[in-house]
Design a protein around this ligand. Structure first.
Ligand SMILES: O=C(O)c1cc(C(=O)O)c2c(n1)C(=O)C(=O)c1cc(C(=O)O)[nH]c1-2
Ligand SMILES: [Ca+2]
Length: 699
């Protein structure tokens, strides 16, 4: 096991040529011995040509080394490996350079993020990784900065602020670098921002172009490359009024960005609307381009080329930011190869579109869903009217966590199979009758308190958990059906790696890291990595040995907002890089975390009316971070066991006076009264006593 060392760092190999990566090298050398860009190659298939580890010997995989990422927050990084060095990120956008053979740390770079910005991060302070180019490492910082670091030393070369930091923007996604330009988007559409993709000069950090995904609030030109697209097609899909005008409209580019070298274009995925509920966002009920769309722009100028909107008039957080994979499929005339883009976005349909034109080729449901009955010949969803929820809740599949989230999908070009980390997480959506825009808070216009019981026993949590499902689907995009499916016991399983060894690797929510037969789905090997295993695995080769690696850690959107899904067997451990090789004999160290005293800290109190108010206020203000039903999965404090719940003044000090705002727990004084806050305390304590009573009865 390796942690930060006191000894001098080992010299990085080949000082002069180190990390001399350019577009040609990424095009030719990726996803073989090295892993040079987030998705393995520019096509982002996450398919490695390595086959030293294969079906016949995968059962001999053992731990080569581990590295401690020094965080108990979510970890989502896919390691980039170049010239024998692995570059990874941890929570709070900290970057590490490791010797990829031994795990020894070469350098660490901490951007010193003010922890108070944690409140802007809808889905944990995660980071999915770096880009490497011409001797530099590029990383997006959770507070909206973009940094270039010297690949050899970790020293800062340049940094630039990519967002208006007075707004709740974040960056969680990995930059990509193409022909000397660094591409980076941002997040924040749950709280209320206006999304865009920017290109920066890799050498200087100067901004080259910016493509907004939502019109300027006055529908006036921004002086950016997206202006023409809005004048010609975008503006007409938005009304002149509604919350979008002040809240930014959403459309964040928070994950997928791919370079299509054949058509010399950037294809990126656009997120949901701000607020989610279109009735509030845009009462004119337009399609709201380019929300929930796949958009292609010229790789050099950023000029609009085409778009395909997966969810017109998004109403549900149905982002189209999920993995975009480019491939040649036998879909041309007479089975000739046709270059396509594939995506399995949150909305539950698997899309195949023409990469050159954006033309819709096919789209099919890959999970059970009840918001649409299918797609028309242009790929437009045929909606179920009730799904445009009003005051009556509609229990919907998929919910806002999606039929597929950020967990990277992979594609095996020999078998023509896409491996989707799919899930079923339903959600009852209803219109929020009290909606108004709150500064630096969630602003969805949807109400999640509908139907929540005033006091829920652990049985309720268990029941809810049993409604969640996850599966690994080997989807055949030509036959438009699954070739095989593995059922997982729970939702929110990990990203996928495909290899020429005939293997598919995927981590599971319970920490099992599994290798399946790529052709059949048979399980060939598994090892528990003692933490969440959601990140995209990677592979590389050094000195004739193939390594398989995965970043682990407990956190992310699901751990924050779906606490009941935590089955208490999943340890909320410290994040690590865990790297395997054939014959490896290493161990994965246990985390040494203080035990939580799971007892209520005060007597229950509160009238029925007070508890009823507490349920609603909790569900609307607290649940997205501390978990529904006041059950946290351990990333942020479980309020039921909080010492602060013992005393009304300490409780008010945190919730109204912001005593913990430096940690990201800001004051809610603008939106909650003293009575509301005391009602929340009554509700939280009632939940604590219900859970403790169930424990006593031997549950
Ligand atoms: O709309 C946005 O701007 C935005 C950003 C992010 C993010 O940057 O992590 C997520 C989401 N949305 C989102 O909807 C979502 O389900 C999600 C899950 C995660 C995660 O890292 O676990 N991030 C995000
Ligand atoms: Ca979102």
């Amino acid at each position: 096991a390796c942690g930060p060392k006191e000894t001098a760092p080992a010299p990085a190999p080949e000082a002069k040529a180190f990390a001399a990566v350019d577009t040609a090298r990424i095009e030719t050398a990726s996803a073989g011995a090295e892993w040079l860009t987030y998705g393995g190659t520019y096509d982002e298939q996450r398919h490695s040509s390595l086959d030293a580890v294969n079906k016949d010997n995968v059962d001999q995989l053992g731990v080569a080394w581990t590295f401690d990422l020094a965080t108990n927050r979510g970890v989502e990084v896919t390691p980039v490996v170049v010239d024998g060095v692995m570059f990874v990120t941890s929570a709070w956008s900290v970057v590490y350079a490791l010797d990829a053979k031994t795990g020894e740390m070469l350098w660490e770079h901490d951007p010193d993020v003010d922890r108070a910005v944690g409140v802007n991060a809808c889905c944990d302070v995660v980071n999915r990784g770096v880009a490497v180019y011409d001797g530099k490492i590029y990383v997006g910082i959770i507070d909206g900065r973009l940094q270039a670091l010297d690949a050899k030393t970790g020293d800062l070369v340049w940094e630039t602020v990519t967002v208006d930091q007075s707004k709740p923007y974040t960056i969680t996604g990995a930059p990509r670098v193409v022909n000397g330009k660094v591409l980076i988007g941002n997040g924040g559409a749950e709280l209320g921002v206006r999304g865009y993709l920017s290109a920066y000069d890799a050498e200087t950090g100067d901004r080259v172009w910016r493509f907004y995904t939502v019109p300027n609030p006055q529908k006036q030109p921004d002086g950016e490359v997206s202006d023409t697209a809005f004048e010609q097609i975008g503006n007409a899909t938005w009304g002149d009024e509604g919350a979008w005008v002040t809240d930014g409209g959403g459309g964040t580019v928070w994950d997928s960005i791919v370079y299509d070298e054949v058509n010399d274009q950037i294809i990126f995925g656009v997120g949901n609307g701000s607020p989610w509920n279109r009735t509030f966002r845009d009462p004119s009920a337009g399609d709201n381009l380019f929300l929930s769309s796949i958009v292609a722009v010229d790789a050099n100028t950023g000029e609009y080329k085409w778009h395909f909107q997966t969810t017109p008039g998004d109403n549900w957080d149905y982002t189209a930011t999920q993995t975009i994979i480019l491939a040649d499929l036998p879909l041309g005339e007479g089975g000739a190869p046709r270059r396509v883009a594939m995506q399995a976005p949150k909305n539950g349909f698997f899309y195949v579109i023409d990469a050159a034109t954006g033309e819709f080729i096919s789209g099919d449901a890959f999970v059970p869903l009840n918001w649409a009955t299918g797609l028309d010949e242009n790929g437009r969803p045929i909606e179920v009217p009730e799904a445009r929820y009003g005051k009556v809740p509609y229990n919907q599949l998929p919910g806002p966590l999606g039929a597929h989230n950020w967990h990277p999908m992979a594609f095996n070009p020999d078998l023509n199979l896409a491996y989707i980390p799919a899930q079923e997480i339903p959600q009852a959506y209803a219109e929020d009758p009290r909606f108004f825009t709150k500064e630096i808070k969630w602003n969805t216009g949807a109400d999640f308190s509908a139907g929540v019981p005033t006091v829920a026993t652990p049985e309720v949590a268990k029941f809810l958990r049993s409604t969640l499902k996850g599966r690994l689907i080997a989807w055949d995009p030509v036959a438009r059906e699954p070739r095989w499916t593995v059922e997982h016991g729970n939702a929110w399983n990990g990203g996928v790696l495909s290899t020429a060894g005939g293997l598919v690797f995927q981590g599971k929510l319970n920490g099992d890291f599994v290798a399946y037969d790529a052709a059949t789905g048979d399980k060939l090997w598994s090892r528990n990595v003692k933490s969440g295993a959601g990140a995209g695995p990677g592979t590389y080769m050094i000195d004739g040995e193939q390594y398989v690696t995965i970043a682990t850690g407990w956190g992310s959107a699901f751990a924050l907002s779906a606490g009941f899904a935590y089955d208490e067997k999943v340890p909320s451990t410290v994040g690590k890089i865990v790297t395997f090789k054939l014959g490896g004999t290493g161990e994965i160290p246990d985390a040494d975390l203080p035990a939580i005293d799971r007892t209520p800290k005060a007597e229950p109190f509160g009238t029925e009316a007070q508890l009823a108010e507490g349920v609603v206020d909790y569900a609307r203000n607290c649940a997205v971070c501390h978990g529904p039903l006041a059950v946290s999965s351990g990333v942020l404090p479980d309020l039921r066991w909080s010492a602060i719940s013992a005393n009304p003044d300490s409780w008010k000090g945190v919730v109204l006076e912001g005593h913990y705002s430096a940690n990201g727990m800001v004051s809610f004084a603008d939106y909650l009264s003293e009575d509301d806050v005391e009602a929340i305390r009554a509700y939280v304590l009632a939940q604590a006593h219900a859970a403790a009573a169930a424990d006593d009865s031997g549950e």
